[in-house]
Design a protein around this ligand. Structure first.
Ligand code: SF4
Length: 340
């Protein structure tokens, strides 16, 4: 048995075809679930009852269960429990251009970035496509809010769960399902190079964000073990391929760690590294957790870093902070809960 929220359109077409149903019935399945908000087979009113009965044999409805909700004026952060008790975080961010949801793709993460709460907890397992879709549906059900943007930037490395993320993208972008345009979806990776090329060759023109956090291999390998396998030059080359293929800028995420990666020299080096590519750096003030060995860079250091990038002609923005003032920055809710 499989969660119905993992069902892609292509899979549903095959399912219906094998049982003698027309493709229009597949549209009805998706409209019942995603447009009319059916939460059980009994509530699927547009789909032929014979097809609904076929679905019952192989699928079930299940949404993540809300454990806690933490609110700030512009965010709502959910700690969800999945079917087996694994916990993930999902965040609703209210932006000027609409509501954005940040979803998790794994329960924990094996990439081991030194500054990340999720990385310290290790991966328990990959999420299914239905558990990614389910985070959005459960959040929509709870808030009644319309979702216009999705960021795949929560707990986990999406490229370490590539196939499931691919199915999720199918459901997210389908007009009869979540109906979020490719250009309104952003995926963030720590730099798993082969998967950057794979994503570039898929039909989605989603935004790509690379968690870089250091301008040279020596420093980056200390902060992000993945760099030993995929060094910076390879990551930048793949990112350039992606931006050319999709005709869009690639976002470079750079978290500011006091005395570690925030010097003027680091800023100059970063500008040199990104020269000639279509990149935009997103400077992120760090959110330290209680037992953290890293500190947030001083405000004036962050400003100076920003100014150097600007002066060098490197596109740069500063991320608005979401959630840190309630101790609920990325990965923290889940790690706090697990400690208890
Ligand atoms: S920063 Fe991302 S890739 Fe690195 S450990 Fe955390 S969740 Fe994993």
């Amino acid at each position: 048995m499989k969660n119905i929220y993992s069902l892609s359109y292509a899979e549903a077409l095959q399912f219906a075809d094998e049982r003698g149903f027309k493709p229009t019935q597949v549209t009805n399945i998706f409209r019942d679930i995603y447009k009319s908000d059916a939460r059980s087979f009994d509530e699927m009113k547009s789909t032929k009852s014979e097809l609904v009965n076929e679905l019952r044999q192989e699928y079930y409805f299940h949404l993540p269960e809300i454990i806690t909700i933490t609110k700030t004026p512009d965010t709502v952060k959910y700690l969800f429990s999945l079917e087996d008790g694994c916990m993930v975080e999902t965040v609703l961010m209210k932006q000027e251009y609409g509501n954005s949801v940040c979803i998790s793709t794994q329960c924990g993460c094996n990439m081991g970035c030194a500054f990340c709460c999720s990385g310290r907890l290790k991966k328990q397992r990959d999420l299914t496509p239905g558990e990614m879709t389910g985070q959005i549906i459960a959040l929509k059900d709870n808030t009644g809010e319309k979702i216009s943007n999705i960021t795949i930037m929560g707990i986990g490395e999406p490229f370490d769960n590539f196939d499931a993320v691919g199915v999720f993208l199918d459901i997210a972008t389908n007009d009869n399902a979540l109906e979020v345009g490719s250009s309104h979806i952003t995926l963030s990776t720590c730099g798993i190079v082969p998967r950057i090329y794979d994503l570039a060759d898929m039909p989605y023109t989603i935004g790509l964000a690379i968690s870089l956090h250091a301008p040279n291999d020596e420093l980056r390998s200390r902060l992000m073990p993945v760099n030993k396998k995929y060094p910076i030059a390879d990551v930048i080359k793949a990112a350039k391929y992606y931006s050319e293929k999709k005709n869009r800028k690639v976002l470079i995420e750079y978290v500011m760690l006091k005395g570690v990666n925030d010097s003027a020299e680091n800023a100059e080096e970063l500008s040199r590294l990104l020269k000639g590519g279509r990149f935009s750096v997103n400077i992120i003030p760090y959110n330290p957790s209680s037992e953290d060995k890293f500190l947030r860079s001083e405000g004036q250091t962050i400003r100076a870093f920003y100014d150097i990038l600007k002066k060098n002609g490197t596109a740069v923005t500063m991320r608005r902070e979401f959630g840190s003032n309630v101790g609920a920055a990325c990965g923290q809710l889940r790690s706090d809960r697990l400690k208890k």
